[in-house]
Design a protein. Sequence first.
Length: 275
Amino acid sequence: MAELTRLREDSGLSRAEVAERIGSTDTTVWRYETGLTRPKPSDVAALTDVYGVTGAARETLVQMAREARQRGWWHRHRQTLKPGFDSYIGLEAEASVVRSYEPLVVPGLMQTEAYARAVIEVTTVTHAPPEVDEKVTVRISRQQLLHGPGEPIQLVSVLDEAVLRRQVGGPKVMREQLEHLVDLGKLPNVEIRVIPFSAGAHAAMDGPFCLLGFPEPGDLDLVYLEQAASGLVLEDPDEVRRYTLMFGSLTAMALRADASAAFIAELAKKCSNQR
């Protein structure tokens, strides 16, 4: 970011001096300034503190860093994605922990390709087949976050029983999807919990949501809400706290992970008996 170079030069500080103040190296500062490395929002915030930048100017630079890091392999697909979802994928890729609640469909990170195609075809009725293929590609590509390369994300997913009973794509597709959930639940970084119908009403009956946690201590949690035509990222601490408490309430009502796995496996067997 050229603006970081200008600010440092105006401050009269060398790269080495700046690096010492933010606990980094002069090479890292140089990479930020030349654009070879995209600084995290927390990095830019630290630099603006050193340079004495405050107010709107500081927020603009931090936001620029956030938007820059949201662009990745998915950016070339943004024309086929709903507004806001490309930004979410970028944030998801930066996250270390994803906590989600779904009342209707299996979350995208855990969908089989056949299930994903069935969902996308029925929910994007105005899209041509090539656009459906592109959406499926994006959805399946995101799942690398669960397996690597690199440190896989921690996923905690709470599913309403309706997710498991709704026949998406027919019995065969649904059986494969349920079996896939059982397999994913065996991963050390994945926890799947089911809220059975017998649990009754709960705090999240207004709809699905996703909580994102990040590895840097200075990066606050975020909430993502998805609608039919758009997505919304919530950053307000009070809103995030509300959804965090809601998620805690859901996990308290849900079956344990082992009981959830047994519940899903039993439903998969029932799909095997259907034609």
